[in-house]
Design a protein around this ligand. Structure first.
Ligand SMILES: O=C(O)c1cc(C(=O)O)c2c(n1)C(=O)C(=O)c1cc(C(=O)O)[nH]c1-2
Length: 226
């Protein structure tokens, strides 16, 4: 495939992205109850927790120093340079804003099996597949910037108890993701040079859209019981 056909095939998976999941649509419309928002935040915490381990798995499988160097930043971004900083901490702030105690988030008591299975599958993918496929699976970030922008606006408009500062996780991430999304695409296009590698990269991105979709299916089910 030419680079442009390859990129078009990757972008063509956008319809599988979780932006159109019914639970996200309800969230954006302002239809979630306080308890449903809590379930969402506490479950997504599990995803936030494992991202650095997923990224560390990519680094450990990658023989190329320039890729490892570039990827390292992601771990520090989420974990922070020291305790109390970083994306994970910003997620915790959002959790407390929606009414959760730190403790009930940290001990993962609200994490439902379907979320755990989906997120663990993402980490296992990164641990066991060639590094390039694991990198390609992160390309959902190509679709994330726009969605997060909408989310910030919609949450501020529809959930009066959430303040702009509580959404620092997303506002901070929006800037980061536009750069990272492009960087990741560059890496994938540069290193997937055979048809087979390109097909595997497309399959990896498709797998990741399934991971995210399954997470929201499980969250939606758990929220319906509230
Ligand atoms: O809020 C979102 O919709 C959203 C989506 C995604 C994504 O598409 O994978 C990520 C994030 N947020 C995010 O904040 C984040 O740090 C992140 C890391 C990754 C990844 O696969 O390494 N995806 C995402």
């Amino acid at each position: 495939m030419s680079s442009s056909d390859f990129i078009a095939a990757l972008r063509g998976l956008s319809h599988r992205y979780w932006g159109t999941h019914p639970f996200h649509e309800r969230m954006h419309r302002g239809d979630l109850s306080e308890d449903e928002l809590k379930i969402w935040a506490a479950n997504r915490w599990y995803y936030q927790c494992v991202l650095p381990q997923k990224d560390a798995a990519i680094i450990s499988n990658c023989p190329l120093p320039e890729i490892r160097r570039e990827w390292l930043d992601r771990i520090v971004y989420h974990d922070g340079a020291r305790t109390g900083e970083g994306g994970t901490e910003r997620w915790l702030r959002l959790c407390t804003a929606v009414g959760l105690d730190r403790e009930e988030v940290l001990d993962q008591r609200h994490v439902v099996p379907g979320v755990r299975f989906a997120v663990d599958a993402y980490v296992t993918f990164a641990r066991t597949k060639p590094w390039l496929e694991a990198v390609a699976s992160g390309l959902t970030e190509m679709f994330a910037g726009h969605l997060m922008q909408r989310r910030v606006a919609d949450m501020l408009a529809n959930y009066p108890w959430i303040a702009k500062e509580d959404l620092a996780y997303f506002t901070n991430r929006i800037d980061k993701v536009s750069g990272e999304g492009k960087g990741t695409l560059d890496i994938v296009v540069r290193h997937a040079v055979t048809r087979e590698q390109q097909e595997k990269a497309i399959a990896a991105l498709s797998f990741k859209t399934d991971v995210l979709w399954s997470m929201l299916d499980a969250i939606e089910r758990a929220a319906a019981k509230e």
